[in-house]
Design a protein around this ligand. Sequence first.
Ligand code: ADP
Length: 404
Amino acid sequence: MTASRVLVLNSGSSSLKYQLLDMADGSRLAAGLVERIGEESSRLVHEPLTGQGAAGGRRERTGAIPDHRAALRAVSEEMAADGLGIDSPELVAVGHRVVHGGTKFTRPTVIDDAVLEEIRGLVPLAPLHNPANVTGIEVARALRPDLPQVAVFDTAFHSTMPEHVARYAIDAATAEKYSVRRYGFHGTSHAYVSRATAALLGKPVEDVNVIVLHLGNGASASAVRGGVCEETSMGLTPLEGLVMGTRSGDLDPAVVFHLARVGGLSVDEIDSLLNKKSGLLGMCGDNDMREVLRRAGEGDESARLAFASYIHRLKKYIGAYSAVLGRVDAVAFTAGVGENAAQVREAAVDGLAGLGLTLDPEANAVRSAQPRLISPQYARVAVAVVPTDEELEIATQAYALVTQ
Ligand code: ADP
């Protein structure tokens, strides 16, 4: 049997998510998460999988895990107990999610010292994410120095945005000096979902124009022409664009000056306000769409208002990206909210018949983990629910790179 396993790591500042996939058939062998790394109450949840679903035997460990190195060791021990350890010869690569690739990294890249240094150099552009990603890479390299480690960048899929789209209309020299431009995020998801949408329509990806709406806790939209990203709603950082769980999305940049001058807030306070205390949370006190919907259903005014703002912004982006693409073949909803919240999909499409968008209410109400159409047969634009799979996409890209 040829070795074909890829370990996918997604390290956050205090968490480590992982999946082990077998790329011979794309099946999943294990998945898990370590959270609260560095605290007394760290928790590791490990789940062996059969490829089709849970294999049973979900295991949980609690107790201090001091750092990412200890976290990956603990993960390796859990996997070894199922005969899937990190030292296994079956493993051909580790695929790392790296949030920011700047303008330099537009493809998955095998990591050497120079690449790692460049990823470190991008920390000013992603101060919360890239340091954690670097730690994950260092730890995995130390455990398996013989194994190719592949960085898959969240920004890469958006690197095809035309220059006039990627640029902000500010002083060119300043923009250049400080690398200020639109990068976009959630790229692995937008890439995967745009391809999966074409497959759902039974057409080659080159022939399909799709608006992808990735609606999770973070949320972004993209306009994808023939498999190539033309525009996305997140910008220099993941703050721009849609109303999100805790982020404001678009606002007049002068709000920042106003809060500083009139409100006396510091830059860090404004950063935290807009990234962590805004969006649905800021408007109504809940960032989970399930809660917002429940409260709105009970007539809670602030929840209704937050939901209405969320939907209004979404519609504006559907309209804007319809104009960007000229011809839209499909709108695809994905991620936690997009995949599960029929009410959000219904409200987002409501009133957009002029753009060719209508829903089949029965199809929209169906709950399923499968990609599916929720528009009627006759609709000019297909509306779809396409579950995203960032881990599979990272593993696929990493495997392709090391086996080419
Ligand atoms: P992220 O990866 O950004 O944390 P996910 O894609 O996992 O986010 O989405 C998480 C969000 O999905 C939750 O915050 C919640 O608002 C939303 N969500 C999950 N299930 C449902 C549901 N059944 N109805 C509405 N929203 C849901």
